[in-house]
Design a protein around this ligand. Structure first.
Ligand code: ADP
Length: 271
């Protein structure tokens, strides 16, 4: 058959359709690849402490069976490895729960001043351990947002904990809560070594760490900022990371503020 204009057109359409399929497939493949990578990473992260546990069990069953000092020491390490596995599983479960509810905007009314104050108090012992002062500056009137209290606590706990873990050389962490127009802004600033610019865009990827050994030493799972990112997104907020090597880092969360509630006192004053 002679290929007339119609035939040529048909071929062109087919090619176009194929191209469309390819371009359509690419993001899908990327998602699939990310899923595969995630499972591989998670398995690896779990296998490392598990291998260590198996090793110690064998040693305790064999060569160290009658060595009380070694037994004590090994049991301590084993307990820490078990804690690490449990932290990792908790973080993995949190992440999947948050992702599952990604489309549902949390409905509660949350007092950010109280939430950040709570986080500061909860982390004061860790700060003291590291000789770090946590300073919290906020406006007198409460700043409220629409959200989930526990999830927002999680966000600020992660950010302040990171500031204490990775910015310890700085001696202090500043948390500032402010209102900027319609927004509520919480900034967590440390004066530690900071983060080189090439790492900054990747910090919220699951299991991405600048220094894996250091993160593990600090009890990190590599999932903290991924969790933060997902929670902030679910709250329709924005996470900002600003860091200068040698000077420190600022992690900030911007959320839509709720208008201040008219309190009974205000009504009386107005009357
Ligand atoms: P981790 O469990 O390792 O702390 P995160 O997701 O919370 O995981 O953080 C990812 C990485 O980002 C950390 O391993 C660390 O390298 C880097 N990081 C996070 N916060 C800071 C900070 N305040 N200063 C310097 N580096 C930081």
């Amino acid at each position: 058959p002679v290929a007339g204009p119609a035939g040529a057109g048909g071929r062109a359409e087919k090619v176009e359709a194929l191209l469309l399929t390819f371009t359509d497939l690419t993001p899908q493949r990327r998602v699939e690849q990310m899923r595969v990578d995630f499972i591989a990473n998670a398995s690896h992260e779990l296998r490392t402490p598990l291998a260590s546990l198996s090793g110690f069990i064998e040693t305790l069953q064999g060569p160290a069976r009658n060595d009380a000092t070694a037994r004590e020491r090994f049991l301590k390490i084993m307990a820490e490895q078990a804690r690490r596995m449990s932290r990792l599983i908790d973080d993995l479960l949190s992440l999947s729960r948050i992702e599952l509810n990604a489309h549902l905007r949390p409905q509660g009314r949350v007092d950010l001043t109280a939430v950040v104050g709570h986080v500061r108090e909860a982390l004061a012992p860790l700060g003291a351990e590291r000789q770090m002062e946590i300073v919290f500056a906020h406006p007198e009137a409460p700043v409220t947002v629409q959200g989930d209290r526990d999830e927002l606590i999680r966000v600020f706990e992660n950010l302040v904990e990171n500031a204490l873990k990775y910015g310890a050389s700085g001696g202090r962490v500043d948390i500032t809560l402010s209102r900027e127009g319609e927004d509520a802004l919480v900034a967590v600033r440390d004066y530690g070594p900071g983060i080189a610019p090439e790492h900054v865009p990747r910090l919220t990827e699951r299991f991405y760490r600048v220094d894996t050994a250091h993160s593990r030493e600090q009890g990190g799972t590599g999932l903290g900022l991924a969790i933060v990112k997902h929670i902030v997104a679910r709250h329709r907020g924005r996470l900002g990371i600003d860091s200068t090597p040698g000077e420190g880092s600022t992690f900030s969360v911007r959320l839509a503020a709720l208008p201040a509630e008219t309190s009974k006192l205000d009504v009386k004053t107005m009357a």
